[in-house]
Design a protein around this ligand. Sequence first.
Ligand code: 5GP
Ligand code: ZN
Length: 114
Amino acid sequence: MADCIFCKIANGEIPSQFVYEDDKCVAFRDIEPQAPFHVLIIPKEHIVSAMEIDETNSSIVGHIFTVAAKIAREEGIDKTGFRLVNNCGKDGGQTVGHMHFHMLAKRNLQWPPG
Ligand code: 5GP
Ligand code: ZN
């Protein structure tokens, strides 16, 4: 999608620090990290939010969780753990209209979130 910042990151138009890429998704470091380890995992396809997930495209969500587990093993946080979270819509705190999962780790994350 022409005006989408995450589409531009996914296709390399806007530089970012990739930690993973395959044909369906990319993971890159968040520009304003909220934990010592903070990456965003996004589909390459422009999906606005979790509200656009249906039977035709839901396999990407399972794929993203599989990628998160792979990244966790590579980063050595598979035993210590991490948080994988999706903000959906205004009240969910979503600020970028291209669905993404935050993967946060390497500190003791609190619950509930603010
Ligand atoms: P949201 O608030 O939509 O759940 O998360 C959007 C995230 O994208 C924020 O954590 C923000 O720091 C990150 N972000 C926004 N613009 C950029 C950018 O240009 N590059 C990178 N790497 N992260 C960005
Ligand atoms: Zn997009």
